[in-house]
Ligand binder design. Structure first.
Ligand code: H2U
Length: 350
């Protein structure tokens, strides 16, 4: 039998953050595609649309008029999934009908007054304003809630409901599943190895190099060894930061550059406004704040595209019923992203 080659032979990989395995099947990269194709995304948006409720000066669904904002703009979601003041469910001791209380708040943050901007098309200074606004909201909400989730859904295929650059911030009274799993796994690693898992991981990826997309003294961007989505990346703090609120000015400046370069590479990959869901994970807050030495601040990008602007990966069938599966290896994805230009956006050439 031939010797194992990770670029050719199927294998499983362990995600130490979630404790779950993924299946990698690189031999399938050659198969012909005859599945669904999506419509290419429109990129010729106007910079202002009087009917778009996220634009400056426009009246939103609840009748409130947005200010004529010139940088970022934050408001409480008019259709929030979490409300602050609601009755708690009664206790039920039946293990098959457990419920829990859920309180919180949901906010929307516009990144820029112009609808036709996205992060890769914004200047590092404009992106810095977004990071500053993230930190401001995080500080406000984390004093009250154990979990504050900053996330951006970019592109209609990832559930973005409005073609204006924005993200959402949800704060909740409970630790949601993903952060809960990470907290447990990071803590266990720290107890066994005496160091934060992601600090050890960064050190090893810097030596191995094959999954690095971008790096600077403050940030490392890799396609994780255990990535599920084809071009998934993780942006990890290299300074022992545990939460986004720990960042200093230089780290914020360098993060703005990293976000611009990574999202420019993403757009340049298939020459489209590259869709993704991204978000920040750091140590829990509120009552959980005291025990956090096992955490390292990081962002994750989950983009669905696989082969082109119109051919995406679906997490269905085996993924839904068993575990995530990928064809393209993380190393191959990282090499593709690494060699793409991160300084010039493809629209500058057309
Ligand atoms: P998404 O594109 O990620 O769906 O975020 C847009 C959010 O903006 C969405 O959650 C809110 C929606 O509820 N929204 C308002 O709060 N008011 C509006 O008038 C329109 C959209």
């Amino acid at each position: 039998m031939a010797t194992f080659d990770s670029t050719k032979h199927q294998h499983t990989r362990f995600n130490p953050l979630t404790g779950q395995w993924i299946l990698v099947s690189p031999h399938r990269m050659q198969r012909p595609w005859s599945g669904q194709e999506e419509q290419p995304q429109r990129i010729d948006l106007p910079d202002f649309d009087p009917n778009n409720p996220l634009c400056p000066g426009v009246i939103r669904a609840n009748g409130v008029k947005n200010p004529i904002y010139t940088s970022t703009f934050v408001f409480t979601n008019d259709f929030p999934a979490l409300l602050e003041d609601v009755p708690l469910p009664p206790k039920d001791d039946d293990p098959l009908f457990k419920t829990g209380g859920a309180r919180g708040t949901c906010k929307v943050m516009c990144f820029h007054p112009k609808s036709n901007k996205t992060l890769p098309l914004m200047t590092p200074k404009e992106i810095r304003s977004v990071i500053d606004a993230w930190i401001k909201e995080y500080n406000l909400l984390s004093s009250k809630y154990p979990w504050v989730q900053i996330f951006e859904n970019k592109g209609a295929s990832m559930g973005c409901s409005n073609p204006h650059p924005h993200c959402q911030i949800w704060a909740c009274s409970f630790l949601p599943n993903e952060p809960y799993l990470k907290d447990e796994n990071l803590r266990r690693y720290f107890q066994t190895h005496g160091a934060p898992l992601l600090e050890d991981y960064v050190e090893k990826e810097i030596i191995r190099k094959e999954r690095i997309v971008l790096e600077n003294p403050d940030w490392l961007v890799v396609v994780p060894f255990w990535a599920s989505w084809p071009f998934e990346t993780m942006v990890v703090s290299r300074n022992g930061n545990r939460r986004i609120s720990d960042l200093n000015q230089q780290q914020i400046n360098n993060l703005a550059i990293v976000i611009k370069e990574l999202t420019t590479k993403y757009d340049n990959l298939f020459k489209c406004s590259f869709p993704y869901s991204m978000g920040w994970h750091g140590a829990p807050t509120g009552d959980f704040s005291n025990s956090d030495s096992h955490w390292t601040l990081h962002a994750v990008y989950y983009p669905p595209l696989l082969r082109s602007a119109t051919v995406r990966k679906f997490m269905v069938g085996f993924e839904l019923l068993c575990q995530a599966q990928r064809d393209l290896t993380p190393e191959h994805a990282a090499a593709k992203l690494r060699q793409l230009c991160g300084k010039k956006h493809y629209t500058e050439h057309i």
